[in-house]
Design a binder for this molecule. Structure first.
Ligand code: SIN
Length: 328
Protein backbone atom coordinates (compact mmCIF):
# COMPACT_ATOMS: atom_id res chain seq x y z
CA UNK A 1 0.00 0.00 0.00
CA UNK A 2 1.34 3.45 -0.85
CA UNK A 3 2.22 5.76 2.02
CA UNK A 4 -0.19 8.50 3.04
CA UNK A 5 0.86 12.11 2.48
CA UNK A 6 1.12 14.62 5.30
CA UNK A 7 1.74 18.33 4.84
CA UNK A 8 3.80 19.90 7.60
CA UNK A 9 2.98 23.58 7.98
CA UNK A 10 5.75 25.19 10.03
CA UNK A 11 5.13 28.45 11.87
CA UNK A 12 8.17 28.65 14.20
CA UNK A 13 8.42 28.33 18.00
CA UNK A 14 10.90 26.58 20.24
CA UNK A 15 10.71 23.45 18.13
CA UNK A 16 12.61 25.53 15.57
CA UNK A 17 14.64 27.40 18.19
CA UNK A 18 18.41 27.58 18.54
CA UNK A 19 20.74 28.46 21.42
CA UNK A 20 23.98 27.29 22.98
CA UNK A 21 24.53 23.65 21.98
CA UNK A 22 23.21 21.27 24.61
CA UNK A 23 21.49 23.95 26.74
CA UNK A 24 17.74 24.29 27.24
CA UNK A 25 17.55 27.99 28.15
CA UNK A 26 18.45 31.34 26.54
CA UNK A 27 17.56 30.51 22.97
CA UNK A 28 15.76 32.21 20.10
CA UNK A 29 12.50 30.61 18.91
CA UNK A 30 11.81 30.22 15.17
CA UNK A 31 15.33 30.02 13.74
CA UNK A 32 15.71 26.61 12.03
CA UNK A 33 13.80 25.53 8.92
CA UNK A 34 11.47 22.55 9.31
CA UNK A 35 13.30 20.60 6.56
CA UNK A 36 16.37 20.49 8.81
CA UNK A 37 14.41 19.23 11.81
CA UNK A 38 12.58 16.58 9.79
CA UNK A 39 15.92 15.37 8.38
CA UNK A 40 17.05 14.67 11.96
CA UNK A 41 14.13 12.34 12.76
CA UNK A 42 14.81 8.65 12.11
CA UNK A 43 11.87 6.66 10.72
CA UNK A 44 9.62 9.64 9.96
CA UNK A 45 9.86 9.12 6.19
CA UNK A 46 8.68 5.52 6.70
CA UNK A 47 5.41 6.73 8.23
CA UNK A 48 4.29 9.14 5.52
CA UNK A 49 5.31 11.03 2.44
CA UNK A 50 6.00 14.53 3.73
CA UNK A 51 5.45 17.87 2.05
CA UNK A 52 6.96 20.88 3.80
CA UNK A 53 5.41 24.35 3.97
CA UNK A 54 7.44 26.91 5.89
CA UNK A 55 4.62 29.45 6.32
CA UNK A 56 6.25 31.56 9.07
CA UNK A 57 9.20 31.18 11.41
CA UNK A 58 8.03 33.16 14.43
CA UNK A 59 8.07 33.13 18.16
CA UNK A 60 4.37 32.38 18.75
CA UNK A 61 4.05 35.56 20.82
CA UNK A 62 4.24 37.36 17.44
CA UNK A 63 1.23 35.45 16.08
CA UNK A 64 -1.86 37.61 15.60
CA UNK A 65 -5.28 37.38 13.95
CA UNK A 66 -3.83 37.99 10.47
CA UNK A 67 -1.42 35.04 10.95
CA UNK A 68 -4.30 32.83 12.14
CA UNK A 69 -6.32 33.68 9.05
CA UNK A 70 -3.37 33.05 6.73
CA UNK A 71 -2.64 29.73 8.44
CA UNK A 72 -6.29 28.64 8.24
CA UNK A 73 -6.40 29.61 4.54
CA UNK A 74 -3.23 27.59 3.89
CA UNK A 75 -4.69 24.53 5.67
CA UNK A 76 -7.99 24.83 3.78
CA UNK A 77 -6.10 24.93 0.48
CA UNK A 78 -3.99 21.90 1.41
CA UNK A 79 -6.86 19.79 2.75
CA UNK A 80 -8.87 20.38 -0.44
CA UNK A 81 -6.14 18.47 -2.29
CA UNK A 82 -6.99 14.78 -2.76
CA UNK A 83 -3.38 13.69 -2.34
CA UNK A 84 -3.06 15.19 1.17
CA UNK A 85 -4.32 12.92 3.97
CA UNK A 86 -3.48 14.98 7.03
CA UNK A 87 -1.80 18.15 8.28
CA UNK A 88 0.73 18.75 11.02
CA UNK A 89 1.23 22.32 12.22
CA UNK A 90 4.38 23.14 14.18
CA UNK A 91 3.95 26.11 16.50
CA UNK A 92 5.41 27.84 19.54
CA UNK A 93 3.91 26.60 22.77
CA UNK A 94 3.13 30.01 24.29
CA UNK A 95 0.04 30.82 22.21
CA UNK A 96 -0.53 27.39 20.68
CA UNK A 97 -3.79 26.98 22.58
CA UNK A 98 -5.36 30.00 20.87
CA UNK A 99 -4.26 28.94 17.39
CA UNK A 100 -5.48 25.37 18.04
CA UNK A 101 -8.95 26.57 19.04
CA UNK A 102 -9.13 29.08 16.19
CA UNK A 103 -8.26 26.40 13.61
CA UNK A 104 -10.67 23.97 15.28
CA UNK A 105 -13.46 26.48 14.62
CA UNK A 106 -12.60 27.64 11.10
CA UNK A 107 -10.92 24.86 9.14
CA UNK A 108 -13.33 23.10 6.78
CA UNK A 109 -12.18 19.50 6.71
CA UNK A 110 -12.57 16.09 8.31
CA UNK A 111 -8.90 15.29 7.67
CA UNK A 112 -6.72 15.09 10.78
CA UNK A 113 -5.04 18.36 11.80
CA UNK A 114 -2.41 17.93 14.50
CA UNK A 115 -0.62 20.84 16.15
CA UNK A 116 2.62 20.31 18.04
CA UNK A 117 5.77 22.07 19.21
CA UNK A 118 8.48 21.73 21.81
CA UNK A 119 9.63 23.06 25.14
CA UNK A 120 13.32 22.58 24.37
CA UNK A 121 15.04 24.20 21.38
CA UNK A 122 16.38 22.11 18.50
CA UNK A 123 19.94 22.58 19.80
CA UNK A 124 19.24 21.24 23.33
CA UNK A 125 20.33 17.84 24.61
CA UNK A 126 17.23 15.63 24.39
CA UNK A 127 15.21 18.19 22.44
CA UNK A 128 11.54 17.13 22.63
CA UNK A 129 10.53 18.58 19.25
CA UNK A 130 11.62 15.72 16.97
CA UNK A 131 9.74 13.12 19.01
CA UNK A 132 6.59 15.27 19.20
CA UNK A 133 6.78 15.87 15.44
CA UNK A 134 7.25 12.17 14.75
CA UNK A 135 4.19 11.29 16.83
CA UNK A 136 2.16 14.13 15.27
CA UNK A 137 2.81 12.66 11.81
CA UNK A 138 1.85 9.17 13.07
CA UNK A 139 -1.39 10.62 14.47
CA UNK A 140 -2.13 12.53 11.26
CA UNK A 141 -2.10 9.30 9.21
CA UNK A 142 -4.21 7.29 11.66
CA UNK A 143 -7.69 6.68 10.26
CA UNK A 144 -9.27 7.03 13.72
CA UNK A 145 -8.04 10.63 13.80
CA UNK A 146 -10.36 11.53 10.90
CA UNK A 147 -13.22 13.79 12.04
CA UNK A 148 -11.72 14.48 15.50
CA UNK A 149 -11.10 18.16 14.76
CA UNK A 150 -7.82 19.87 15.51
CA UNK A 151 -5.73 17.88 18.00
CA UNK A 152 -2.69 18.88 20.03
CA UNK A 153 0.10 16.33 20.44
CA UNK A 154 2.67 16.63 23.23
CA UNK A 155 4.64 14.09 25.25
CA UNK A 156 2.71 10.98 24.15
CA UNK A 157 -0.65 12.67 24.80
CA UNK A 158 -3.44 13.68 22.39
CA UNK A 159 -5.45 16.77 23.33
CA UNK A 160 -8.57 18.38 21.86
CA UNK A 161 -7.85 21.69 20.11
CA UNK A 162 -10.75 23.29 22.01
CA UNK A 163 -9.37 22.44 25.41
CA UNK A 164 -5.59 22.14 25.16
CA UNK A 165 -3.85 24.53 27.52
CA UNK A 166 -0.24 25.16 28.50
CA UNK A 167 -0.07 24.46 32.23
CA UNK A 168 3.67 24.37 32.83
CA UNK A 169 6.26 26.85 31.57
CA UNK A 170 9.25 24.67 32.41
CA UNK A 171 8.65 20.95 31.98
CA UNK A 172 8.41 19.17 28.65
CA UNK A 173 5.05 17.66 29.66
CA UNK A 174 3.67 21.19 29.52
CA UNK A 175 0.08 20.73 28.35
CA UNK A 176 -3.22 19.55 29.70
CA UNK A 177 -6.88 19.75 28.80
CA UNK A 178 -8.09 21.58 31.93
CA UNK A 179 -10.08 19.08 33.99
CA UNK A 180 -11.37 17.26 30.91
CA UNK A 181 -8.59 14.67 30.67
CA UNK A 182 -7.32 14.09 27.13
CA UNK A 183 -8.46 12.41 23.93
CA UNK A 184 -5.87 9.66 24.10
CA UNK A 185 -2.26 8.63 24.33
CA UNK A 186 0.50 7.45 22.01
CA UNK A 187 3.31 5.00 22.43
CA UNK A 188 5.91 5.65 19.75
CA UNK A 189 3.83 5.37 16.53
CA UNK A 190 0.78 3.68 18.14
CA UNK A 191 -2.37 5.72 18.72
CA UNK A 192 -4.80 4.99 21.57
CA UNK A 193 -8.00 7.07 21.62
CA UNK A 194 -10.17 7.01 24.76
CA UNK A 195 -12.61 9.90 24.34
CA UNK A 196 -13.86 12.51 21.89
CA UNK A 197 -15.15 16.05 22.17
CA UNK A 198 -18.88 16.74 21.99
CA UNK A 199 -18.33 20.36 20.98
CA UNK A 200 -18.88 21.37 17.35
CA UNK A 201 -15.71 21.80 15.29
CA UNK A 202 -14.06 21.99 11.86
CA UNK A 203 -16.28 20.58 9.10
CA UNK A 204 -19.48 21.07 11.14
CA UNK A 205 -18.61 24.52 12.45
CA UNK A 206 -20.57 27.44 11.02
CA UNK A 207 -17.32 29.44 11.10
CA UNK A 208 -15.70 27.06 8.62
CA UNK A 209 -18.12 27.89 5.81
CA UNK A 210 -16.25 31.05 4.87
CA UNK A 211 -13.12 32.55 6.39
CA UNK A 212 -13.58 36.25 7.22
CA UNK A 213 -11.06 38.77 5.82
CA UNK A 214 -10.41 40.13 9.30
CA UNK A 215 -11.66 39.74 12.86
CA UNK A 216 -13.46 42.25 15.07
CA UNK A 217 -11.46 43.60 18.00
CA UNK A 218 -12.07 41.89 21.34
CA UNK A 219 -9.99 42.68 24.43
CA UNK A 220 -9.39 40.93 27.73
CA UNK A 221 -9.66 42.51 31.20
CA UNK A 222 -8.11 40.62 34.13
CA UNK A 223 -9.79 41.18 37.50
CA UNK A 224 -7.79 41.19 40.74
CA UNK A 225 -8.51 42.41 44.27
CA UNK A 226 -8.69 46.20 44.11
CA UNK A 227 -8.66 46.36 40.27
CA UNK A 228 -9.78 49.72 38.89
CA UNK A 229 -12.65 49.58 36.41
CA UNK A 230 -10.82 52.10 34.16
CA UNK A 231 -9.39 49.23 32.12
CA UNK A 232 -12.95 48.51 30.91
CA UNK A 233 -13.38 52.12 29.70
CA UNK A 234 -9.99 51.95 27.98
CA UNK A 235 -10.87 48.72 26.16
CA UNK A 236 -14.36 49.92 25.25
CA UNK A 237 -12.83 52.82 23.26
CA UNK A 238 -11.62 50.54 20.47
CA UNK A 239 -13.03 47.05 21.04
CA UNK A 240 -16.41 45.57 20.15
CA UNK A 241 -16.28 42.99 22.90
CA UNK A 242 -14.52 42.41 26.21
CA UNK A 243 -13.74 39.10 27.88
CA UNK A 244 -13.47 39.46 31.63
CA UNK A 245 -11.15 37.04 33.36
CA UNK A 246 -12.85 37.19 36.72
CA UNK A 247 -11.98 35.62 40.04
CA UNK A 248 -13.65 32.39 41.24
CA UNK A 249 -16.61 31.61 39.00
CA UNK A 250 -15.94 34.62 36.76
CA UNK A 251 -16.56 37.24 39.47
CA UNK A 252 -15.61 40.89 40.03
CA UNK A 253 -16.35 43.85 42.27
CA UNK A 254 -19.51 46.00 42.27
CA UNK A 255 -17.40 48.80 40.70
CA UNK A 256 -16.75 46.51 37.73
CA UNK A 257 -20.40 45.45 37.62
CA UNK A 258 -21.55 49.10 37.43
CA UNK A 259 -19.07 49.78 34.61
CA UNK A 260 -20.06 46.61 32.73
CA UNK A 261 -23.75 47.60 32.89
CA UNK A 262 -22.96 51.12 31.64
CA UNK A 263 -20.78 49.91 28.74
CA UNK A 264 -23.24 47.17 27.76
CA UNK A 265 -25.83 49.93 27.33
CA UNK A 266 -23.44 51.51 24.82
CA UNK A 267 -23.30 48.23 22.84
CA UNK A 268 -20.15 46.51 24.16
CA UNK A 269 -20.52 42.73 24.40
CA UNK A 270 -19.15 41.00 27.50
CA UNK A 271 -18.09 37.43 28.21
CA UNK A 272 -17.23 36.22 31.73
CA UNK A 273 -14.37 33.70 32.05
CA UNK A 274 -12.39 32.77 35.16
CA UNK A 275 -8.79 33.08 36.24
CA UNK A 276 -9.26 29.69 37.98
CA UNK A 277 -8.04 26.97 35.63
CA UNK A 278 -10.60 24.31 36.42
CA UNK A 279 -14.38 24.41 36.70
CA UNK A 280 -17.17 26.02 34.66
CA UNK A 281 -18.44 29.58 34.41
CA UNK A 282 -22.26 29.56 34.37
CA UNK A 283 -24.87 32.33 34.28
CA UNK A 284 -24.80 34.17 37.63
CA UNK A 285 -27.57 36.56 38.69
CA UNK A 286 -25.63 37.78 41.76
CA UNK A 287 -22.55 39.02 39.90
CA UNK A 288 -24.58 39.80 36.77
CA UNK A 289 -28.17 40.63 37.84
CA UNK A 290 -29.25 41.78 34.35
CA UNK A 291 -27.75 38.73 32.59
CA UNK A 292 -25.47 40.94 30.46
CA UNK A 293 -22.36 38.77 30.42
CA UNK A 294 -22.19 35.59 28.36
CA UNK A 295 -20.63 32.80 30.43
CA UNK A 296 -17.44 31.33 28.93
CA UNK A 297 -18.36 27.82 30.04
CA UNK A 298 -15.11 25.80 30.25
CA UNK A 299 -13.19 28.11 27.88
CA UNK A 300 -10.21 30.02 29.24
CA UNK A 301 -10.18 33.80 28.75
CA UNK A 302 -7.94 33.73 25.62
CA UNK A 303 -10.05 30.96 24.06
CA UNK A 304 -13.29 32.79 24.92
CA UNK A 305 -11.80 35.80 23.11
CA UNK A 306 -11.24 33.68 19.98
CA UNK A 307 -14.85 32.49 20.02
CA UNK A 308 -16.27 35.97 20.70
CA UNK A 309 -14.30 37.41 17.76
CA UNK A 310 -15.68 34.74 15.44
CA UNK A 311 -19.21 35.04 16.86
CA UNK A 312 -19.11 38.80 16.19
CA UNK A 313 -18.44 38.12 12.50
CA UNK A 314 -21.94 36.56 12.38
CA UNK A 315 -24.10 38.42 14.88
CA UNK A 316 -24.24 41.03 17.65
CA UNK A 317 -27.32 39.45 19.22
CA UNK A 318 -26.30 38.43 22.80
CA UNK A 319 -28.80 35.55 22.83
CA UNK A 320 -27.36 34.09 19.62
CA UNK A 321 -23.82 34.52 20.99
CA UNK A 322 -24.91 32.68 24.18
CA UNK A 323 -26.06 29.78 22.02
CA UNK A 324 -22.73 29.81 20.16
CA UNK A 325 -20.88 29.61 23.50
CA UNK A 326 -23.03 26.62 24.51
CA UNK A 327 -22.35 24.81 21.23
CA UNK A 328 -18.66 25.46 20.58
C1 SIN B 1 7.00 30.32 21.37
O1 SIN B 1 5.87 30.19 21.82
O2 SIN B 1 7.22 30.56 20.16
C2 SIN B 1 8.18 30.24 22.27
C3 SIN B 1 8.01 29.25 23.35
C4 SIN B 1 7.84 27.84 22.90
O3 SIN B 1 7.66 27.50 21.75
O4 SIN B 1 7.90 26.97 23.83
Amino acid sequence: MSKKKVAIVATGGTIAGTGQTGKTVSYQAGRVGMEEIVASIPLIEEIAQLEMHQLFNLDSNEMDEAHWLELAGCINTLTRREDIDGIVVTHGTDTLEETAYFLNLVVHTQKPIVITGAMRPATATSADGPFNLYQAVCLAVDKRAVGQGVMGLFSNTIYAGRDIQKINNYKIDAFDQRSLGCLGYMQDDKVYFYSKTFKTHTFHSVFSWQLPDSLPKVGIAYFYAGASADILDDLARNHEGIVIIGSGSGNYSTRWLDKIEALANQGILFVRASRVNEGIVFEDRIFDPQGICIPANTLSGPKARVLLMLALTLTRDPQKIREIFDQY
